[in-house]
Structure formats: C-alpha cells, structure tokens
Design a protein around this ligand. Structure first.
Ligand code: BES
Ligand code: MN
Ligand code: ZN
Length: 458
C-alpha cells in the first residue's frame, strides 16, 4: 500500500462538512468541541480545517470544510490539502466527502514531497483506507504520479538523456520488458535525423529509448513522450524567465513512463511500446540553426523556423518509427507549446484526436479521474501554415496564432498508419500548490489514459 495509507484499529476521525451541513455536523459534537469551533470562527468554508482537542488537550477530532453539494464547482481533490495540514498520526474519514475514492487518492497525491535533496518535509499523516476502495489501484496511481513528479523535479544536471534512459531501463527491468536505446551518431545511421539534430549540441548525447512489453498478439498500444531534459531554446535562446523551469521539458517522457508503469503493474492486455526521444536542446558551435533543413525519418525535409520548436522535431522521428508497425493506438505526450497555456492554462492540457470514440472516452475518464483534459481541434484549414518555401514543411510557421494546434498538425504529418492517434500538449508542472498538487512537477493525462486503457484492455 502507498505510505500515505495505513490500516489501524484506532485513528483520529476526520469529519467533512460544508457551510450548509456544518450546523447539523456540529450538533453531533460534544458541547466543548462545539464552543471551541465557534470560538475559532469555524464555518466549514472549503479548505478550512480545525483540530478539536479532547478534555486532556490531545487531538480528538478533525473537521474539514469542503464545497457545498449545490455549489457550482466542487474540488474533488480538496481533501488532498489534509496531509499538509495534519500533524503526524493516523486518521480516518467518519463521513463521505463528495467522492471518497478521489478523496483518498488526493490524500496520497497531497502527501508527495520532492525530497531527493532535502529530506525533512514529507507529511506524517496516514489515512486508514476507507471501506470499499481498491487500494491496490489507488496505490498504483499515486506511485505512478510520484514517479512522474520525481523525474520532472530532478534538475537537469542530474536528469540528462542518460539518466532519463536509466530511469526507463530500471522500469523496463522491474516488469521484465525489453529495453534498447540508440545513442549519439547511431541515430544518424539508423535514420533519426531530427532527434540527432536537436540533441547534438549538448555534451550529453541524444538518444532514442525503446521499451516493449506484453503479449505480441495483444492490441498494440504505443506511447511516445517528449524527453527534452533541458530546453534552452537552442540558438533561438529563451529569455531567462522562459528558461527557468525548462528542466520540466521531459514531462511528456516522465508521464509516459508513469503511464507505462500503471499499465504493466495492472497487466493490461496490450502489447505496449514506449518510445522516448531523450535530448538536451543546448547552445554550441555545432547547434542546429534557424533555416537549417534536415531530412526526417519519414522522408520529408523539415526547415527549422525556430530552434525552440524542438519538441515536435524529436517527436516527429519517434512518431514515424511508432507508426511503422501500425499500432492500434498511438499516444504522444509532450510539453510542447506555451500557446497551450495561453489557451487553457497550466492545469487543463489540450488533447487532439480525429477518433471521435477515443475523444469521448478521453474526456469522460479525464472527468472521472479528476485529471482534466480538454479537446482542441486538428483544424485542417491551418495545415497550410506549415508550408515551407524551401523544404516540405517548417517546424515553426510565422505568426503567433493557434500555436498548439499548428504543433499538433505538424505531428499529424508523421502519423499515417496508426489506427487511432491521441496527442496531448501537457504542461507537466503545478506553478503554485493546490489541493493534492504540490508545487512542481506534475502527473498529467497519465491517470485518465490509464483508466481508458484499463476499460478497453483490462
Ligand atoms: N518546451 C517549450 C514549450 C513550453 C514553454 C511549455 C513554456 C511550457 C511552458 C517548447 O519547446 C517551445 O519552446 N515551444 C515554442 C514553440 C514556438 C517557437 C513555435 C513556444 O511555445 O514558444
Ligand atoms: Mn523549445
Ligand atoms: Zn521544449
């Protein structure tokens, strides 16, 4: 079980209340506790927390405010604040929050702290598993989120292409998956010119990580994750404000590994393949340049409009390889555009697909897992914006419009044979702490997609 959960015979009760149920809830409390709550002006506002003392001053009871049932929006992860509020100890829910499963998941997700370089701040509150929940499944999800977050939070000096590959290899070995990796100039020999072009200016060699797992007769599901371990922007260098959090530019890779971990741990009936182009977009004398033209694995020549549009370049070669074996479902995740944030903000990644059934399923699981995703269109009238005057296409067409859509359309050029394709332009980062979402690296899209896959292939 995840360390945030613990079976115990005695636990401090946590009671959920809302502004409109608080009167009824408080009537069940001892008179002294009721007066203590009133003296503290506790009214069960969402997120409001109060620890009620026993007569001897010990902790007797916790009350925690959540949104009213009738409110326009309820944060189903609200209980994810509790680990950050509660003193170390064992707790149990005495009544039902709006969604007990998501509340327990939020408790585990909210217990996460990145402690690789500083060991002291992991919350010590433990939750007794609420009745009737599949704790194996919740643990699987929380562990996967921690994997994605740890990989993203680890700074680029300790998470380069090699270290990312090592993390992928460790995951493969844990589940008996086949692992291989094409490194450095071998990328040219084996026809991955774009991955090589983006990664060659770094002293840390670019590579393509390739994992396969599962029964070859099962449906082929292939995951591709953008693994840019640091994105300086290349010669089109980012300003310092834009470069600051670019250690997270391997967030697609991190989330693809988190998703793969859930799939393999749950033994879904798929033939899984995971492809991660792992590179560092650096500046050096041999860096690729604006208006350079490179061939791609697929054969089309790509003109570099902007060296900072590197994610779509490395994904293009990986998607082309994935597409060669005609997967039943091809999914790519990447932190690809600032434009996606302009459109939808950090917490609501856009997804793209032309498969209507898949689109409906993604949206449904995103809702039920509280792993928000929002569909945007593969708007073909903008496809011609990718035209180049000197090559087959340009990676960063001029003009500031519809940047996330044009990126998706660029990727679409490299997917032809896959039965179904899903692209998610994630952020992979929580800019300021929210319930169940500590500031920093974030697991995005992986839980929703995992649930979709387990519904189809479980
Ligand atoms: N990694 C960035 C995208 C990004 C930036 C994600 C900030 C989240 C926050 C990507 O490689 C990039 O730089 N994209 C450019 C594309 C442009 C040059 C066409 C962008 O979005 O500005
Ligand atoms: Mn970039
Ligand atoms: Zn990038």
């Amino acid at each position: 079980m995840h360390p945030a959960f613990q079976n115990a015979s005695s636990a401090v009760p946590i009671t959920f209340a809302t502004k409109s149920t608080w009167d009824t809830v408080s009537a069940t409390l001892p008179a002294a506790a009721r007066r203590f709550a009133a003296a503290n002006a506790f009214t069960a506002k969402p997120g409001q927390y109060l620890a009620l003392p026993a007569e001897d001053g010990s902790l007797a009871h916790v009350v925690f405010g959540i949104e009213d049932t009738s409110s326009e929006w309820r944060d189903l992860f609200r209980p994810g604040q509790l680990p950050g509020l509660l003193p170390a100890g064992t707790y149990s829910f005495t009544n039902q929050p709006h969604d007990t499963r998501l509340a327990a998941l939020a408790f585990a997700l909210g217990s996460y702290r990145f402690n690789r370089y500083r060991k002291n701040d992991v919350p010590g509150a433990r939750l007794v598993p609420p009745d009737g929940l599949d704790m194996v499944e919740l643990t699987r999800m929380a562990d996967a989120a921690a994997l994605a977050r740890d990989l993203i939070n680890t700074p680029a000096n300790d998470m380069g292409p090699d270290e990312l590959a090592q993390a992928a290899q460790a995951l493969a070995e844990k589940f008996g998956a086949a692992y291989s990796c094409i490194i450095g100039d071998d990328l040219l020999k084996q026809n991955f010119p774009l991955i090589h072009a983006v990664g060659m200016a770094s002293t840390r060699a670019p590579r393509l990580i390739d994992i396969t797992w599962g029964d070859a007769s099962h449906p082929k599901v292939t995951l591709v994750g953008k693994g840019v371990c640091f994105d300086t922007g290349g010669l089109d260098l980012k300003p310092s404000s834009g470069m600051l959090i670019m250690k997270k530019d391997m967030g697609g890779a991190a989330n693809v590994l988190a998703l793969a971990q859930m799939i393999m741990d749950a033994k879904l009936k798929v033939r899984l393949r995971v492809l991660i182009p792992a590179v560092e977009n650096s500046v050096a004398g041999n860096a690729f340049r604006p208006l350079d033209i490179f061939p791609s694995r697929k054969g089309v020549n790509v003109e570099i409009g902007n060296t900072d549009a590197e994610g779509r370049l490395v994904l293009a070669d990986a998607l082309a390889l994935a597409d060669e074996e005609k997967p039943d479902l091809l999914i790519d995740l990447g932190t690809l555009t600032g434009a996606a944030r302009v459109a939808l903000g950090p917490d609501l990644p856009p997804f793209y697909t032309n498969d209507e059934t898949l689109a409906a399923d993604v949206a449904r699981h995103a809702r039920t897992e509280n792993d928000p995703l929002w569909r945007m269109p593969l708007w073909m009238p903008y496809d011609s914006w990718l035209d180049s005057k000197t090559a087959n296409l340009n990676n960063a067409p001029g003009g500031a419009f519809a940047g996330s859509i044009t990126c998706a359309l660029f990727l679409k050029r490299f997917v032809e044979s896959a039965t179904s394709w899903l692209h998610v332009d994630i952020y992979g980062w929580t800019p300021s702490a929210k319930p169940a979402r500590p500031e920093g690296g974030e697991c995005q899209a992986a839980r929703a997609i995992y649930k979709l896959l387990s519904e189809r292939y479980g």
